[in-house]
Ligand binder design. Structure first.
Ligand code: BG6
Length: 480
């Protein structure tokens, strides 16, 4: 039982949470530039995912300079990419997952021609990665959309955004096809169901349809945009592989009562329908039935059946953090991502996320059984409030979490699952998506910055840095 020789060990980030330089190099603003740090005392008023309502947005833009927008700073990769990539290389990374900021390439999304300075920045980054033999894995959009498209079209609610997105992804493929082999069209496409703002740049108040229909309508547009991107990539960049991505939540029935098992199956079908559309090329009947039962109305794009059928993704990408318990009887309490019952057999992180490495092995098997496509685990990790002392962090808790998940991956490989690689989330500390805070950290590398942008932004190696370096050097054999 061992990892394949060419297994892609690495780490993952996103532009909105990491890059910074929001007003440099001709970049336009994205909707994630409008997520402000919500003071703890106001937290109860808001969902855990920072939803920016139309009302809230109006308040934010009236006095922009009075709010704290951590995503605009990120961890300053924009100015420090050489230093960071050298640290990734020191850990032995074979791959590095990052995203491109759409509004750095097309500042409003509406321009005819791309922003040359933006293209240059990413050429420089890819060049630096290749200098160390690190293969970039690029998310074309990690929750981001130019704010101008939110204002003009209400984001992904409108079909017009499909062509604007495809113009952008064609530019990326034309420009970077020789530098980037692995691409993902949308980060966690299924998170649209949780947040209008993050995944869709949509104001619910302005939507033409009810909430559920709007979400599935926007998803339909993203499915078409994915398929058209795949089509173009297969034509002009046959060496590239295009992946689709979900946030995988493994579901367990609360008891062995058939009703619980049935509800768990339905929950699972909902989680997997995204891959069904992108990898099998059609909406499954179970979901069409679900649409009918919930009166979900979708205006399908002309010719969508052929577009989806003929342009399926080349690999599956997913993030995995936790698992979920489903009961047909009890009213579930609000969990972090989905309504979830507490699993009495699992431990939880200080942020209340269940820790379940076996769930990862189950997910890997289930996905491979169902789709028979190579799989990339592109996010996994433990968010914690690290204690910085003596210029380091003693993060044994993180090592334990990652060790158990790497063991689960090894077991899944032994089960026969085809796994391309593993990129733990936030390999360097970045802004958290949930709370827009710096204090929730995932990295192997500590960044000296707080929630308000105070600090030197200098980088320090945590204990996990040295541990992960050993893991990669031994190709997963030395996990101690
Ligand atoms: C994933 C997202 O869902 O979870 C990331 O793709 C996010 O953007 C990560 O940062 C961890 O969530 P959080 O809220 O702890 O940052």
């Amino acid at each position: 039982m061992s990892f394949p020789k060419d297994f892609l060990w690495g780490g993952a980030t996103s532009s909105a949470q990491y890059e910074g330089g929001f007003n440099e190099g001709g970049r336009g603003k994205s909707q994630l530039d409008y997520i402000n740090l919500i003071p703890k005392e106001e937290l109860d008023e808001h969902t855990k995912i920072p939803e920016v309502t139309y009302e809230r947005y109006q308040k934010l833009i009236r006095n922009e300079d009075q709010f704290n927008f951590p995503n605009r700073r990120g961890s300053d990769f924009y100015h420090r990419y050489k230093e960071d990539i050298a640290l990734f290389a020191e850990m032995g990374f074979k791959t590095f997952r990052m995203s491109i900021s759409w509004s750095r390439i097309y500042p409003t999304g509406l321009e005819e021609l791309p922003n040359e300075e933006g293209l240059k920045f990413y050429h420089n980054v890819f060049q630096e990665l290749h200098k160390y033999g690190i293969e970039p894995l690029v998310t074309m959009t990690h929750y981001e959309i130019p704010i101008a498209l939110t204002n003009k079209y209400n984001g992904w609610e409108s079909p017009e955004v499909i062509a604007l997105y495809v113009k952008y992804t064609k530019t990326l493929l034309d420009e970077f096809k020789d530098e980037v082999k692995y691409w993902i069209t949308f980060n966690e496409i299924n998170m649209m169901l949780m947040s209008f703002w993050n995944d869709g740049g949509i104001f619910e108040a302005k939507a033409k349809k009810d909430a559920l229909s709007t979400k599935h309508q926007a998803l339909h547009h993203q499915f078409i945009a994915t398929a058209l991107t795949v089509k173009y990539a297969h034509e002009v960049a046959p060496n590239c592989m295009i992946g689709g991505m979900i946030n995988r939540i493994e579901c367990y029935p609360f008891t062995c009562k058939p009703e619980d098992v049935l509800d768990t199956m339905i929950e699972d079908q909902l989680n997997l329908y995204f891959f069904d559309v992108m990898a099998r090329g059609k909406y499954p009947k179970t979901i069409l039935k679900y649409f009918k039962e919930h009166n979900i109305q979708i205006d399908y794009v002309d010719g969508y059946e052929d577009i989806l059928k003929n342009n399926t993704i080349d690999f599956l990408a997913f993030s995995y953090y936790l698992s979920n318990v489903v009961s047909s009887e009890q009213t579930a309490e609000q969990g972090t991502f989905v309504k979830s019952l507490r699993n009495p057999y699992l431990k939880f992180s200080e942020y209340g996320w269940s820790i379940d490495p076996i769930g990862l092995r189950i997910s890997l098997n289930k996905l491979y059984d169902r789709y028979q496509l190579p799989i990339f685990i592109v996010e996994n990790g433990l968010g914690a409030r690290d204690k910085f002392e003596d210029n380091t962090v003693h993060d044994n808790y993180r090592i334990e979490y990652l060790r158990s998940h790497i063991r689960a991956i090894e077991e899944a490989l032994d089960d026969g699952v085809d796994i391309l690689g593993y990129t733990p989330w936030g390999c360097i500390d970045i802004v958290s998506a949930g709370g827009a805070e710096m204090s929730k950290r995932y990295g192997f590398i500590y960044v000296d910055a707080d929630d308000f942008g105070n600090g030197t932004y200098n980088r320090y190696k945590k204990d996990s840095f040295y541990w992960y370096k050993k893991v990669i050097a031994s190709n997963g054999e030395d996990l101690d």
